[in-house]
Design a protein around this ligand. Structure first.
Ligand code: UGA
Length: 430
C-alpha cells in the first residue's frame, strides 16, 4: 500500500521504517529539512537499536522515502499516518496544534479518498475533531482512524514488529479493515474499537503502568522502614498472574517523554469533564518525590554534601536510549548541585543531550571512563541501569574511591558481593 507518515520522531520514524519493511511503500514527511536530508543519507537522528539498519535497507530497496514535500506525499498516498508531537502545554494538556496543522494540510491537498491514521497520543475526542475538521474543508471522502502506538524507546522496532496488541479505533468497518490489513503480516489479534476507546486505551495503559511503578516505589519506601526487601516483595506479588511481574521494579521513579506527559494530560482531560483522577494524581506526586530519594540517602551519609564528589552513573531516562526527557538523573544532579556537591556524570550515549538540559549546572562535569570518574569519589549513584555499568569491576572502582558508598537507585547490583568488597550498598526499598 502507498502510505505517508507525517512526523519523523520516535513513533513516526519507527512506524514508517517498519511499515516499509512489511512491504508497503512509505514516504516519511517532516518540515525539518536538515533532518530529511540526513535521513536521505541514511543518518538516523535518534539512538534506537535496529532502526538505522531498517531505514538504510528499506531506503536502498526503494520502499522508504523521506521528503519535505507534503503535497506530493498526500496525493500519492491512500493512507496517511499522523505521528507528530503532542507536547505538554502549560496547563498540562496535550498540545494539538501540530496534529491539526497536518490534518488541515491533508484536507486542503486531498485529491482522492484517504484514511488518516492518528498515531500521536491525543486527548479522547481528537479523532472526531479531526474528522469534522477535514470534512469541513474537502468533499473527498476522508476517514479518521485512531491507532495508538505502544512501543517503548530502546526496543521500539521489536515492539512495533512483535506487538502485544494492535488497537484500531474506527468509525466504519471499511477503514478499520483497510488499516487492519497493514498489521496482518504481524499475525497478532487486532482489537477493533471506537476511536474514543482507542484514544483512552493509550492514556489508561500508560497511566496504569506509571501507577504500578509509583505503587511499588511507595511499598519500597515502607520496606525500608520495616525491614522487608522490595525485590523479594515484588517477586512474591508478581507470581500472582493477576498482578504480573513486569513494571514492579522500584527505583528512582519513571521518566521519559510518555509517562510524565500522559499522566498530566489524563488529569487535565478529567478536569475538563469535571472529574478528578485521584489515583493518577497520587502517582504523579509519588514519582516527583521518588526521583530525589537517592540524594536523600546521601544526605544521611554525610554531614554536608558541599564539596563532596558524587559520581552519577547513567543519565538517560532508561537504558538503550539517548533520551533525557524527564530523566531522574536530572533531578538528582540538580539537587546535588544545589547542595554544593561536585558531580561527575557518565552515560554511554546520552551525554550530548544531557549537556544541553543541564547546561550551567554548578559543579557538574562529564567523564567517559567510570574508573577515572571514581578517583577520590565520596559516593556513586547508579541512576540508569546501562549494561556497561552492570559489568563494572567494583574491586577496582572501590580502590579509586575515597569512601565506598554506592546508592543503587535501580536495584541492579548484588548487595552481598558489594558488601564483600567493603562497599556500603544502598538500594531502594531493601
Ligand atoms: C512507555 C510505555 O511502556 C510504552 O508502552 C508506550 O508506548 C510509551 O511509553 C509511549 O507512550 O510512547 P517508554 O517511555 O519508552 O514507554 O519507557 P518504559 O520502558 O515504559 O519506561 C518508562 C520509565 O519507567 C523509565 O524511566 C523506567 O526506568 C521506569 N520504570 C519502568 C521503572 O521505574 N520501573 C519499572 O518497573 C519499569
Amino acid at each position: 500500500m502507498e502510505i505517508s507518515v507525517f512526523g519523523t520522531g520516535y513513533v513516526g520514524l519507527v512506524a514508517g521504517a517498519c511499515l516499509s519493511d512489511l512491504g508497503n511503500t512509505v514516504t516519511c514527511v517532516d518540515i525539518d529539512e536538515k533532518k530529511i536530508e540526513a535521513l536521505n543519507r541514511g543518518n538516523v537522528p535518534i539512538y534506537e537499536p535496529g532502526l538505522e539498519e531498517l531505514v538504510k535497507k528499506n531506503h536502498a530497496e526503494k520502499r522508504l522515502f523521506f521528503t519535505t514535500n507534503s503535497v506530493e506525499a498526500i496525493q500519492n498516498s491512500r493512507i496517511i499516518f499522523i505521528a507528530v508531537g503532542t507536547p505538554q502545554d502549560e496547563a498540562g494538556r496535550a498540545e494539538l496544534k501540530y496534529v491539526i496543522q497536518v490534518a488541515q494540510t491533508i484536507a486542503k491537498n486531498a485529491n482522492s479518498p484517504k484514511i488518516i491514521v492518528d498515531k500521536s497520543t491525543v486527548p479522547i475526542g481528537t479523532a472526531k475533531k479531526v474528522q469534522d475538521l477535514v470534512r469541513s474543508i474537502t468533499s473527498h471522502e476522508i476517514d479518521v482512524v485512531s491507532n495508538p502506538e505502544f512501543l517503548r524507546e530502546g526496543t521500539a522496532v521489536r515492539d512495533f514488529l512483535e506487538p502485544d496488541r494492535v488497537v484500531i479505533g474506527a468509525y466504519n468497518e471499511k477503514s478499520a479493515d483497510t488499516i487492519g490489513l497493514l498489521y496482518k503480516p504481524l499475525g497478532k489479534e487486532i482489537l477493533f474499537t471506537s476511536p474514543e476507546s482507542a484514544e483512552m486505551i493509550k492514556y489508561a495503559s500508560n497511566a496504569f503502568l506509571a501507577t504500578k511503578i509509583s505503587f511499588i516505589n511507595e511499598i519500597a519506601n515502607l520496606c525500608e522502614k520495616t525491614g522487608a526487601d522490595v525485590c523479594e516483595v515484588a517477586m512474591g506479588m508478581g507470581l500472582d498472574p493477576r498482578i504480573g511481574k513486569q513494571f514492579l521494579n522500584a527505583g528512582a521513579g519513571y521518566g521519559g517523554s510518555c509517562f510524565p506527559k500522559d499522566v498530566a494530560a489524563l488529569q487535565r482531560i478529567a478536569q475538563d469533564h469535571d472529574l478528578e483522577m485521584k489515583i493518577v494524581h497520587a502517582t504523579q506526586q509519588v514519582n516527583a518525590g521518588q526521583k530525589i530519594v537517592p540524594v536523600e540517602k546521601l544526605r544521611r551519609e554525610f554531614a554536608s554534601l558541599a564539596g563532596k564528589k558524587i559520581v552519577v552513573l547513567g543519565l538517560a531516562f532508561k537504558p538503550n536510549t539517548d533520551d533525557m526527557r524527564e530523566a531522574s538523573s536530572v533531578e538528582i544532579i540538580r539537587a546535588l548541585s544545589k547542595e554544593g556537591a561536585r558531580i561527575c556524570a557518565i552515560d554511554p550515549i546520552a551525554e550530548e543531550n544531557a549537556k544541553k538540559i543541564l547546561a550551567g549546572t554548578k559543579g557538574l562535569e562529564f567523564e567517559k571512563d567510570p574508573y577515572k570518574a571514581a578517583k577520590n569519589a565520596d559516593a556513586i549513584i547508579l541512576a540508569t541501569e546501562w549494561n556497561e555499568f552492570l559489568e563494572l569491576d567494583f574491586a577496582r572502582i572501590g580502590k579509586e574511591m575515597k569512601s565506598k558508598i554506592l546508592v543503587d537507585a535501580r536495584n541492579v547490583y548484588d548487595k552481598k558481593t558489594l558488601m564483600g568488597l567493603g562497599f556500603k550498598h544502598q538500594g531502594i526499598g531493601r
